[in-house]
Structure formats: structure tokens, C-alpha cells
Design a protein around this ligand. Structure first.
Ligand code: HEC
Length: 122
């Protein structure tokens, strides 16, 4: 409940991820296509399709529903489906564990040395 309150309040997510599918079906510039080194858009986004300046760097708001469900069923069958996409047969608790792992990916990258072989507790 706390997450939902943040989503709709202080975190501002629901201004774009809105309605039953958590998408406004619109295109927004979040800066994800911007290359800070070259100070240019590396990906023009929506304007590649519309050829309108106003759409430069805009991408569609995706639904936030069922991302893991999509992976678990092996994506949506189509002629170009990546061969790495396969039905996974994950149980609910396994999906929860995967989501917990992805939370652990948030934060700065460190260059810690791996432990020496044989030094791990058995
Ligand atoms: C200004 C509109 C906007 C706001 C505000 C916004 N989003 Fe998004 N969100 C987008 C767009 C557009 C994308 C797609 C970006 C891309 O294509 O790389 C996206 C992508 C995502 C994705 C990836 C989904 C996927 O399937 O790849 C997640 C998760 C997400 N947003 C969560 C959030 C959360 C949590 C918040 C609030 C803290 C938030 N968004 C606020 C527009 C928005």
C-alpha cells in the first residue's frame, strides 16, 4: 500500500503509468536516448517514425503489468522471436526471488575481488 501511495503521489509515476494498464499510451522524452558524451541523441525514438521535431527522443510508456508473466511464458510467439526466449515454468516463489534479485542490482558498481577458491564456507 505504501508503494502504491508513492506511485500515485510523491514519486509521480502515475502521471504517465496511468489507468488499468499503467500506461498513458503516449510518448515521452525521459532522456534515455541521450548520449552524454557526444551531447546528441543516440536514438531519435518516436521521431524516426513521425519525422516531427517535437517527437525527438520520445519513447512510448510501456505497461508495467505482467513483465515477469511475459518472460515466464517465453515471450509472444512471432516470426522474429529471439531464440533465447523460452517458456520458463517458474513458480510464484521463484518469480518473487527473481524480483528480489533485481532489486539487488540497484546501486553503484564496485570492483570487489572475488573470494579465493576454497575460502567459502561449506
Ligand atoms: C514522463 C512519463 C513517465 C514517468 C513520470 C514515469 N515513467 Fe516509467 N516509463 C516511461 C517511458 C516513456 C518508459 C519507456 C522508456 C524506454 O523506452 O526506455 C518507461 C519505462 C518504465 C519501466 C520499464 C518497463 C518495461 O517493461 O521496460 C518501468 C519499470 C517504469 N517505467 C517505472 C516507473 C516508475 C516506478 C515511475 C515513478 C518513479 C515512472 N516509471 C515514472 C514514462 C514515464
Amino acid at each position: 500500500m505504501k508503494g502504491m501511495e508513492l506511485f500515485e503521489g510523491k514519486a509521480n509515476c502515475a502521471t504517465c503509468h496511468v489507468s488499468f494498464n499503467f500506461t498513458d499510451e503516449m510518448y515521452h522524452n525521459l532522456g534515455v536516448g541521450w548520449d552524454a558524451k557526444t551531447k546528441k541523441l543516440a536514438d531519435q525514438g518516436r521521431s524516426d517514425v513521425t519525422e516531427k521535431d517535437a517527437n525527438r527522443g520520445q519513447f512510448k510508456t510501456p505497461t508495467l503489468r505482467d513483465v515477469m508473466v511475459l518472460y515466464n511464458r517465453g515471450g509472444n510467439a512471432n516470426p522474429g522471436l529471439d531464440p533465447k526466449m523460452k517458456p520458463l515454468g517458474l513458480r510464484g516463489d521463484e518469480i518473487d526471488a527473481l524480483v528480489a534479485f533485481m532489486y539487488a542490482l540497484t546501486g553503484p558498481v564496485t570492483n570487489a575481488e572475488p573470494p579465493a577458491a576454497g575460502s567459502l564456507p561449506k
